[in-house]
Design a protein around this ligand. Structure first.
Ligand code: ATP
Ligand code: MG
Length: 268
């Protein structure tokens, strides 16, 4: 059983003070910028503006789930939307900062983020990687029901009168959240897909500096009409690696790497 003593203990030992997060802290989650590689990104950024306006002028709470496959860029996009909101109070609630926390300490920490936010007129909270916060394990499957209930309450509760709260959450487990009946609590769900067309790949290559124009044209010819499926985070990592390949073999090695890791369908 958890009693008051446990909470106080957790407060003293587990809970770090939550400092106001400036845009600098948000930058840490957008390490390689946001490349506008196609319609899905444009659409997420656009909806972000609309939802932020709704939070500014509207009914108190606006909560947004940013969901998509692993490595698709959910955290960076959610951080960008938070940054774009320009709200004076922005906090990031990340499971990385709660490693080793007990369930009750996690609940307290999450509560604290929201309590701090309620004190400011315009606040924005980014709850990153919800399934990890819930200790969700695909094998089992198990998760922390205590943390889930705490989050459900905070995601449905209206902030005090006159306060406006914009919450961005990220997950790569939309299905799981649906089963936990969490999905319906969000004001909106934004999908961040993987890169899946040759044009989208080229758009990314053009924004990075690993390949020359003619190399990019060669890649476009090779990739056209082949199945492609890769998250922006993975792709940027592979482009970074390609810079170390020999100039003459760079295109070939890059494409081979995409094939080997199954991101690109084998060529005929
Ligand atoms: P995970 O599934 O591990 O949580 P993720 O989907 O949250 O991964 P991020 O951690 O957001 O992915 O990584 C995306 C990286 O790609 C960041 O470094 C970001 O700066 C960069 N990036 C470039 N263009 C985009 C874009 N259009 N959308 C999102 N991220 C982008
Ligand atoms: Mg992430």
């Amino acid at each position: 059983m958890v009693d008051r003593g446990d909470f106080l203990h957790a407060l003293e030992t587990d809970i770090k003070p939550a400092f106001g997060t400036s845009s600098e802290a948000l930058e840490l989650y957008i390490t390689r910028g946001i490349i506008n590689w196609g319609e899905p990104i444009r659409s997420v950024l656009e909806y972000g503006v609309i939802l932020t306006q709704q939070a500014r002028s509207g009914f108190g709470l606006v909560s947004v789930l940013v969901e998509g496959p692993p490595n698709s860029g959910k955290t960076a996009l959610a951080a960008q939307l938070a940054k774009n909101s320009d709200f004076p109070f922005i906090k990031i609630c990340s499971p990385d900062d709660m490693v080793g926390f007990s369930e009750s300490a996690k609940c307290l920490q999450i509560r604290k983020f929201f309590d701090d936010a309620y004190r400011s007129e315009l606040s924005c909270i980014l709850v990153d990687n919800i399934e990890r916060l819930l200790d969700y394990g695909a094998i089992g499957p198990r998760y922390s029901n205590v943390v889930l209930q705490a989050l459900l309450v905070l995601l449905t509760k209206q902030p005090p009168k006159g306060r406006k709260l914009l919450v961005f959450c990220t997950t790569s487990r939309r299905q799981v959240l649906e089963e936990m009946e969490m999905l319906s609590t969000f004001t909106a769900v934004l999908r961040v897909p993987n890169i899946s067309t040759c044009e989208q790949l080229i758009a990314v290559l053009e924004e990075t500096d690993a390949f020359s124009k003619s190399q990019i044209a060669a890649i476009a010819r090779k990739v056209a009409n082949r199945r492609l499926f890769i998250g922006i985070k993975k792709l940027l990592g592979m482009i970074e690696m390609a810079k170390h390949f020999d100039e003459e073999r760079r295109v070939f090695d890059f494409l081979t790497q995409l094939e080997v890791e199954n991101f690109l369908e084998l060529g005929a």
